[in-house]
Write a protein that binds this ligand. Structure first.
Ligand code: HEC
Length: 198
C-alpha cells in the first residue's frame, strides 16, 4: 500500500522536471466555439458528479475544457481504461520505432498518443468522485504536459533524426504516466475483493 509521501514526492518531481524543461505549456488559441462540450457532457452525469463539477472554479472548468478541446478524437463508446490501453500500445510503438531507428514510426505514434481519444462522457466520470475538486484536478495540466508535451517533443526530435533525445523524452512520458496513476488510479489495478488478504 502506498503512503501519501512517495505520491507527494512524485508529484513534486514531475513539477520540478517540467519547470526545468524547455518550453512552458503552450496555450492553443481557441477559436470561439458555440456549444460548451462540458455542458453537453454534463447532461449525462449523475447528480452527485454534477454537484462536484458545479463546485469547481470557472478557471478550473476552463482548464479542463481546454484539455478536452485539445483532442480532436472523442469516443462515444470507449471508457478511459480502454483508451489507456490504446495509449500503452502507442507508447510501445514509439519505443519500437526508437529502438529500430524508425523515426517515422516513433513520430507518428507519439503524435497519436498526444492526441489520444477522449472517453465517453469526458474525463470527469472516470476519476474517483471525491477527487473531482479544484485541488486534485489542478494537477491535470502538469500531467498533460509530462505525457503529451513530452510526446510532441519526442516526435520533433525523432523527425530531426535525434534518436537519443527521443529516447530521453520516452522516459519523461513514462514519468507522467506513473505520477498520474499514483494519484488517480487504484493500486494495484484489478484487485479482487474476494480475497481475505489484500
Ligand atoms: C490524467 C491521468 C493519467 C495519465 C497521464 C495516464 N493515465 Fe493511465 N490511467 C489513469 C486512470 C485514472 C486509470 C484507471 C482507469 C479505470 O480503471 O477506469 C488508468 C489506467 C491505465 C491502464 C489500465 C490498466 C491499469 O493499470 O489500470 C493502462 C494500461 C494505462 N493507464 C496506461 C497509461 C500509460 C502508458 C500512460 C502514459 C503514456 C498513462 N496511462 C497515463 C490515469 C492516467
Amino acid at each position: 500500500m502506498l503512503t501519501n509521501k512517495p505520491k507527494t514526492l512524485w508529484m513534486a518531481g514531475v513539477a520540478l522536471a517540467l519547470a526545468a524543461g524547455t518550453a512552458p505549456a503552450a496555450e492553443p488559441a481557441a477559436g470561439g466555439k458555440p456549444a460548451d462540450p462540458i455542458q453537453q457532457m454534463m447532461q449525462n452525469y449523475k447528480p452527485e458528479l454534477k454537484q462536484k463539477i458545479m463546485k469547481l472554479t470557472p478557471e478550473m472548468r476552463a482548464t479542463v475544457k481546454k484539455l478536452h478541446d485539445g483532442h480532436t478524437r472523442k469516443s462515444q463508446q470507449l471508457t478511459l481504461r480502454q483508451i489507456m490501453h490504446e495509449i500503452l500500445s502507442d507508447y510501445q510503438s514509439i519505443a519500437a520505432g526508437i529502438a529500430t531507428d524508425n523515426a517515422e514510426q516513433a513520430a507518428d505514434s507519439a503524435r497519436r498518443l498526444a492526441n489520444h481519444r477522449i472517453p465517453k462522457g469526458g474525463l470527469f466520470p472516470y476519476f474517483p468522485l471525491e477527487m473531482v475538486n479544484d485541488a486534485d484536478m489542478g494537477v491535470l495540466p502538469t500531467m498533460n504536459e509530462a505525457v503529451e508535451g513530452s510526446a510532441l517533443k519526442l516526435a520533433e526530435a525523432a523527425e530531426k533524426g535525434d534518436m537519443a533525445t527521443a529516447a530521453a523524452r520516452l522516459s519523461d512520458i513514462m514519468t507522467g504516466c506513473v505520477a498520474c496513476h499514483q494519484k488517480f488510479r487504484a493500486s494495484p489495478p484489478g484487485a479482487s475483493n474476494l480475497l481475505l488478504k489484500k
